[in-house]
Structures are given as structure tokens and as C-alpha cells.
Design a protein around this ligand. Sequence first.
Ligand SMILES: Cc1ncc(COP(=O)(O)O)c(C=O)c1O
Length: 401
Amino acid sequence: MDDTHISQRVRVVQTPIIPTINQLVSTHPGTISLGQGVSYYGPPAESYQAVEAHLTSSTLNAYGPVEGIPELIHSLQKKLNTRNNIAINDDQSIFVTAGSNMAFTSLMQVITDPNDEVILLTPYYFNHEMAIRLANAIPVLVPTQDNFHPDIDRIKQAITPRTRAIVTVSPNNPTGAVYTQEELTTINQLCARHNIFHINDEAYEDFVHGDNPHFSPASLTNSEAHTISLYSLSKAYGFAGWRVGYMVIPRAIFSSLRKVQDTVLISPPIVSQYAAIGAHQAPYQYIEEKIKAIKQSRSLCLDALNQTDLLAQPATSEGAFYIFARLNTHQNDFAIARALIEKHAVATIPGSAFAASNGQYLRISYGALTQQTVQQGINQLVSGLQCLLTQGTDDSTPATL
Ligand SMILES: Cc1ncc(COP(=O)(O)O)c(C=O)c1O
């Protein structure tokens, strides 16, 4: 069989960038990766204790409820109340998934028909765009402002009768922007007026470094019928491999989501759900201490970049663990990212993977490494860029990695 047997739906989905970069890194041993967006630490001891306590229980071997086990849902309800100011009521449900990417993909199956439109703000989180295409829906791309905050007028102009949802990610991957309460409230009310969903991805809710605190639009009065909030344990609890995410949804879409999850997953892995219950029993200080170290890595990176003339605008990072650095060059970002790995042993992600449109960008992730390695990585990045931006990448095939 050749690739004519592959569906058109899958053909139009972009090739995942992270595995591509990882492949290139693996052929250049010793490369420091400022590429992948994971945290440098793992789950708290309470997660392992919770797993150990259930290791011999037969519940681990069986399927569980499609939407997650009641003990986890109960502990998430408490977390949402205390940390997000969301008091779950009868018009809402909590729905556990195997990671929040899965939550988004299932949502697209539920809320879109072919050729329906979903508004994404660019630079976008690429897996959102891919999930929209997998549902045969159309991602409508709306650029953010120069400071990476939403451009409300442009969002308004992008709404059509086919729009089904507006997606926001705050704190943002890849830009590190943290949207203000006012911005998120305006978008949420716009969605209410147009009878469309506001999907807010809060995977980085705990990682806030600037003046804007994290805000959950589902905490707004009268927002429950149109607001969907996505959460993940991957970043805050170092849970990426355990695959636990969850969402707060309007009760009206609960049974439809159950159809999708029952088809794809049957039920989220029970062992991981116990680990998640343990994580929520850990004192919040566990996350705070880890983030303290990440903030120091952030300062190292921002200082190193902003002391140079390599950038077309100052580097910022209000939240998450990303800097979306706009380079002072017209050279192709893919070619630069490749040359940085091949010649300077440091990996980043080219901005075009996130549909950045007004310049050449690199996403720099400072959350996955210890401070010492981040320092070394950022030094190599700065010296590599100094070399490449003055001498060029020497690359005759710049369009792909
Ligand atoms: C904005 C955003 N949402 C979701 C995810 C994926 O989360 P999970 O591991 O829970 O699927 C990521 C991972 O990088 C992300 O950046």
C-alpha cells in the first residue's frame, strides 16, 4: 500500500515538530534541549504512595467509569473550588481524560461538523490546530498583538455563522503571555453573545511570573453553559508520562463526550488516576518550590537574550516556561533551528511550527532542565545565534528540518 490510502483528513495534518526535533537531537549527542515543553521534575511522593496503596487492588486491572473514578472527580472538584474559584454546579461536569490533548481532540469531535470553524489565536499551540483538522473542521487563525495578547477587534471580525468556538491558551504556549481577567472576560462574553463555546486551555495555570494572575473564565457568573476549561497534570505535577488531564464542561455535552471517550479510551488508566489523587493531596508548596527554580531559569534566559542585539523586540515571559524570541533576521527559522542543533549543540523550536506570521521566531523552553544546564544552553544559544545571524546558516534547503 502507498500513501494514496491515507485519508485526506490526515494528510492535511502537519507533521509533529517535537519528534522531528528530538530525532535531530538524537543524531547530535550532547545537544542541550531548550525544545520540549516539559517540567524538569516528576510527581510528588504522595502520588507514588497512592499508587503503592492500590497496587494489589483488582480495581487497577479493570475498566473504570468512562468519565473518571469518583474519588478523583471529588478531589478535582475541591481543587477547582479553591484554586480556580470554580464552584461546580448542576449545569457542569468534570471529565477526566488521558491528558488534556485528548480532551481537546474529543471536544472537536463533539462540537464541530465538517467545515465548521474554530478560532485559534496565533501563534497557536500546534496540537490544537491538528485536532481541529482531524475533525474535518477549519482552524481560523487570528494573530495576536505584538505583545502576544489577544486582539479583540480581529477576533470579532473572524466570527462567522460557522464558528463553533474560540480557543484561548493562558498562560500561553508558545508565547508565555498571561491574558488579563479583562481580556478573558471580554472573549467569554463575546462567545456568550454569539452562542459559541469559549475553550480555555489552562495547562500552565500554576506557572505565572509577571503581573497578571491566572484567571479561569469558568469562574465568571453565568458562564457555565458555554465555557470549557482544560487542565493537565503534565506540567505542574511532572505527570507527562502518566497521562492525566481533565476538563470542566457544560453538562449539556457530557453524554456526547462519553460516546467519544468510550470509543477511543473506554476509561482513563486507573493507576494514573490514583497517582493524580495522590498529587492533589501533596501540599501546594510542592509546586511552588519547583516553580521558584523555574523562575530563576527564566531570569537567566531573559537576561542573556536581552543583553544582545539578536532580537527584534525584547524577550518576555509572563507565564508558562516559554520565551518566544523574535529574531533580528530575515533568515528562515527552520534553517536556524537546524543549524543551532547541528553546529551549536542547542535545540529550540522554530516559530513557524506555531504559525507565527510576522517575523522569524524561536520558542525557548526553560522548564525542562536544571538551572546549570539552562545556563549552559542559553550561552550556547546566544553564541550560536551571534554566529548564524552574522554569517548565515549556509543552508540551501531551509524550508524543512
Ligand atoms: C497548551 C497545552 N495544552 C495541552 C498540552 C498537553 O497536555 P497533556 O500532556 O495533558 O496532554 C500542552 C503540552 O505541551 C500544552 O502546551
